[in-house]
Write a protein that binds this ligand. Sequence first.
Ligand code: NDP
Length: 455
Amino acid sequence: MAAEAMTVNVINPATEETIATLESAGVEETDAAVERARAAFPAWRAVAPGDRVRLLRRLATLVEEHHEELAQIESRNAGKPINGARGEIGMVADVFHFYAGAIDKRYGDTIPVAGGVDMTFREPLGVVGLIVPWNFPLNIASWKLGPALACGNTIVLKPAELTPLSALRLAELVLEAGIPEGVVNVLVGKGSVVGQRLVEHPHVAKIGFTGSTEVGRSVMQGAAGTIKRVTLELGGKSANVVFADADLERAAAVAPYAVFDNAGQDCCARSRILVERSAYDRFAELLIDATSKVRVGDPSDERTEMGPLISAQHRETVASFVDGEPLFTGEVQAGKGYWYPCTLVEASNEDRIARDEVFGPVAALIPFDDEADAVRIANDTPYGLSGSIWTQNGARALRVARALETGVLSVNSNSSVRVTTPFGGFKQSGFGRELGLYGLDGYSEVKNVFYSTEG
Ligand code: NDP
């Protein structure tokens, strides 16, 4: 392997400085990590539920104790505004607390049958491979780690090559919490090498994946060879549907943050803003005003609301979506860093900007005629992850919510990710659910046992 040994330079996207140089794992290191996880599995699954509760709770507490340190790591590595990074690390701790609390409250069933007793158990899967992206590095890792550990699985976690630092620090906290060696293994390496090997490895029972729909497709194909379980959280092209009877001031004031938070690098970004034609001009005016107030700049500044994009290459991709004259272009600082301005464009749902995931701070404003037209446009996409509905008509809100082919919706709000509630997509946004008690389903197998009472 030595001949293949490679290093990865970890960059701060706000300054373009190298902040760490790490060794990049290959296939051999991946196999060794899977073996460590495999060796650790029998003892980990046998840990008494109450003890597993304590271990996971201790991890949650350690994340809280190291809250600022982890937030700083995340902010520097991903270019996130520090306040956003603090919120994300807070959620990581909450996720571990939630799943710690769930461990000894997850019951099986007894099912009425003739001639005996029928009961169900939830068994861990074994070694699970977790492959996560760079946009919310530790947050998304925790959504998978929490339920996977709670269910008694052991883990090989592959962070994105661009943002491995917070996962590496978490691995140290895992050991400090008393979770045994080998239960959580973090591997820094390329998706096409480490990720691919995890997907194909015969001793990995499941892949929990968040990333692009394209790679998700290849994960699903690769997993077919061993009938591996997969949970896929993929791309989105979510609609923010604003009816004329909505509180337009409120909807417009918060709409920018539903796209430009995390510089638009968010699978839930409401990047198609659908507005009823009769309110379109007024809403556009309010939206431009609100967008011009988004504070873009140094991620370490407490007041900053939007930082840079993750890489120069990604900035090029984002820029390729904007042709013609935008409705609004914000300002960004000059000099080092992968900056891109908040951008609003007017579009139709057929335009590329409305069809493909931009994953940057660019929103498409699209008019609609009536409720049926709004539902038609919102659903006219291969994706189905998230979205919002703004109206003061309660019946309409529920009608539209039921009609949208989308996994996670909010009404008169753009907030749809919570520790306790299920998160995941319809259509090509993936399948399986994370967070809440639903998240546990993806990391255990239901076993049915019939026990005869005859004879
Ligand atoms: P990818 O899907 O390429 O990467 C996500 C994760 O998968 C990373 O850890 C990556 O590793 C890994 N990976 C890459 N190739 C393979 C493979 N063949 N087998 C197994 N794992 C693999 O997303 P990107 O980060 O490159 O982003 C590209 C686009 O994907 C974005 O512009 C956006 O549209 C979308 N995206 C969506 C996300 C979401 O939350 N739904 C999150 C991130 C991206 P590594 O990067 O280390 O090579």
